[in-house]
Design a protein around this ligand. Structure first.
Ligand code: ADP
Ligand code: ASP
Ligand code: MG
Length: 403
């Protein structure tokens, strides 16, 4: 079999853990498999590099930022290759230009456009274990790009798709995908199998166990993912196509996201084109607007409220203020202390009353809802940041423990 394994930051967090990973990789190789390993930077390293950059400059150059951040994964890839060689097996580490991972130009959030697998295949043919630095790519000019936080997951799944691997294993610091983040909800249970659709929603709603782009790739190219722990040998969670069994469960998991901020443009004259004038500059700046609410207008004046990722808050405020000035809106308010809780499940398509139960649960806990959004398979509420953990526990109790 050809197996792609990805090890996250905690799994390669220090020398002892890198040796542990080396042993697992070699075991897989010794069982007769071809093995391609994708690694993240050692735990905390990407954050350290980001804060170094911000000590030098308030608004670091995106090209240089990617050049800097990519070193985290280069380091762990080389260290893992050394550890495997020290065990007497042959291994090669490859960074993006060697592994030929090509992306677009969007520094900090690049998308993989193509992977030329010739080099990797050549190394595999020579009997080597191939270690690929995750999270990075190169654009058409040969500049280093990065794929956004958590991007090593996407490197792994994209490689699995390009190599037509039999399996993609994502090794992390939890035993799989749980019914809620196990770090804040001790009652959360491991899910044996989850559909691509549900996992996509969970990833986009803040469950950082898989980067959203990696799930998109997996679904598009039908790559089965096995999310599991690098610290034991228990079966984890399979991410696969939905089946009839999965539809029976109404709420599969609770997700939360504290990395959101809310912006309100007050006193907007309600006429055609207003929304476009507010949101166009945000889109051009690459800022992903999530929820949007426009109140019904009174006397032709309305408010527009929306959420953006916290990292983009400052920039989004500035752009919203510029737009507000242009369209003659009264003022722009911002709130960084919000969070989002969501419930997700493909079974919601065929069940009613789920939203009402969610709102009741939050009300009984005295938690105020600031914004609501729904899709076929999820309901999300924006609430105060300080209430997020309590909300997750209460929703988990109401929808998962009691079922
Ligand atoms: P890695 O460094 O291995 O990529 P991440 O920190 O990116 O790991 O992702 C794993 C983390 O995701 C877990 O430690 C856990 O706190 C968090 N997480 C959030 N929601 C979930 C969930 N529903 N199931 C499992 N883990 C979750
Ligand atoms: N090192 C990068 C990050 O911390 C990518 C990853 O870990 O997947 O976001
Ligand atoms: Mg991750």
């Amino acid at each position: 079999m050809l197996i792609v394994q990805k090890y996250g930051g905690t799994s390669v967090g220090d020398v002892k853990r890198i040796r542990n990973v080396a042993k697992r990789v070699v075991d897989c190789f010794k069982s007769g498999n071809e093995v391609v390993v994708v690694v993240s930077a050692m735990a905390g390293q990407t954050d350290r590099l980001i804060s170094l950059a911000h000590e030098i400059s308030e608004d670091p150059d995106p090209r240089e930022m990617d050049a800097l951040l990519a070193t985290g994964e280069q380091t762990s890839a080389a260290l893992l290759a050394m550890a495997i060689k020290a065990m007497g097996y042959s291994a090669t580490s490859l960074v993006a230009f060697q592994a030929r991972i090509l992306t677009d130009d969007a520094h900090g959030r690049a998308r993989i456009s193509e992977i030329d697998t010739k080099r990797i295949r050549k190394e595999l043919k020579q009997g080597k274990i191939v270690i690929v630095a995750g999270f990075q790519g190169i654009n058409h000019e040969g500049n280093i790009t990065t794929l956004g936080r958590g991007g090593s997951d996407t490197t792994a799944v994209a490689l699995a798709a390009a190599l037509k691997a039999d399996l993609c294993e994502i090794y992390t610091d939890v035993e799989g995908v749980f019914t809620a983040d196990p770090r804040i909800c001790p009652e959360a249970k491991k899910i044996d199998a989850i559909s691509y659709d549900e996992m996509l929603e969970l990833a986009s709603l803040g469950a950082k166990v898989l980067q959203i782009r990696s799930v998109e790739f997996a679904q598009k190219y039908n790559v089965p993912i096995h999310v599991r722990s690098s610290f034991n040998h228990k079966e984890g969670t399979m991410v696969v196509e939905a089946d009839a069994e999965m539809e029976k469960i109404v709420v599969r998991a609770v997700a939360h996201d504290k990395n959101q901020a809310r912006i309100t443009v007050r006193g907007v004259v309600d006429r055609p084109g207003i929304a476009a004038q507010i949101f166009e500059p945000l889109g051009q700046a690459g800022i992903v607007v999530d929820m949007i609410i426009q109140n019904t207008s009174e006397d032709g004046i309305t408010d527009m409220t929306f959420t953006v990722p916290k990292v983009d808050f400052k920039k989004a405020m500035q752009l919203a203020k510029e737009a507000a000035d242009k369209i003659g809106a009264k003022k722009v308010l911002g709130d960084e202390h919000i969070g989002k809780v969501s419930i997700v499940g493909v079974g919601m398509r065929s069940h009613s009353g789920v939203a009402a139960k969610m709102f009741q649960t939050l009300a009984q806990a005295g938690i105020n809802i600031l914004m609501i959004s729904t899709s076929e398979i999820k309901i999300s509420c924006v609430i105060d940041e300080k209430d997020v953990e309590r909300a997750v526990k209460e929703l988990h109790k109401a929808f998962i423990e009691s079922e």
